[in-house]
Ligand binder design. Structure first.
Ligand SMILES: *Cc1c(COP(=O)(O)O)cnc(C)c1O
Length: 237
């Protein structure tokens, strides 16, 4: 199947999953995770209607997306981020979904300050990653630490917008579902303590589990393989 056909099929599945959960189809955004795929394929996905892309490595994201002109499209950083690469990625992205420790916030605040701020950019949104599955290695482990990080971000003048998680790689649907429920319930509790903020973005669900994620409240699904096919690691390394 072509990339355009894959996207159409996923959009149908998203529509069906929202419908059976009593949700509006427009309440879930589809992100195309384009890591390890060339700019030609990104352009094809854009032409097929994708307006949200995700990359997980700074170097690769910069090389590809500074050579593309995709009006109205957003790029999100979804991979674990090193402190010394923050400065480089900030001008290129609309959101960093992988905030997993406080020290990143200092670095982001430093480079988004008035002197360094890129005027053409709107405020960069931040999603806080929660560790919900045994096999994922990144993310905040405790709800208290997560809350402290959000508080710290606000006091640093940054813009927390919600949460992100990765379910375990597993065939066990209950285990996967549990991971998404954990994120949703944690988010709801934290939202109560920050009632003046909008923390409603829940980034959860990938190629193999996005329908379960939608049933559990996902607002943004991150789909790579099911759109672009298998990644050939090594091509961009
Ligand atoms: C690679 C990646 C995805 C996409 O995974 P697929 O299984 O290919 O859909 C989603 N989220 C994150 C954080 C990723 O690194």
């Amino acid at each position: 199947m072509s990339i355009a056909q894959n996207i159409a099929l996923i959009q149908e599945k998203i529509a069906a999953a929202t419908k059976r959960s009593g949700r509006d189809a427009s309440s879930v955004r589809l992100m195309a995770v384009s890591k390890f795929h060339p700019i030609e394929e990104i352009q094809v996905a854009y032409n097929a209607g994708i307006r949200l892309f995700g990359e997980n490595r700074v170097q690769e994201a910069c090389e590809k997306f500074s050579n593309l002109s995709l009006p109205d499209a957003e790029l999100h950083m979804i991979g674990s981020l090193q402190r010394n690469k923050v400065k480089r990625i900030l001008p290129l992205v609309d959101c960093i979904q992988s905030i997993d420790r406080i020290e990143l916030l200092d670095e982001i605040a430093k480079h988004s300050s008035k002197e360094n701020f890129v005027p053409s950019k709107k405020n960069i949104k931040l999603l806080f990653e929660l560790h919900t599955g045994e096999e994922s290695k990144t993310g905040f482990v405790s709800e208290l630490d997560l809350e402290a990080a959000i508080d710290y971000a606000i006091r640093s003048g940054l813009f927390p917008a919600g949460f992100m998680t990765m379910a375990p790689f597993s065939d066990n649907v209950d285990l996967i579902r549990h991971s998404f429920v954990t994120l949703r319930e944690t988010a709801a509790r934290i939202q109560k303590n920050f009632s003046h903020l909008d923390l409603s973005e829940l980034s959860m669900g990938m190629s193999n589990d996005f329908e379960i994620a939608i049933e559990e409240g996902s607002t943004l699904v991150r789909v790579g393989t099911a759109i672009f096919g298998t990644r050939s690691y090594g091509v961009n390394q």
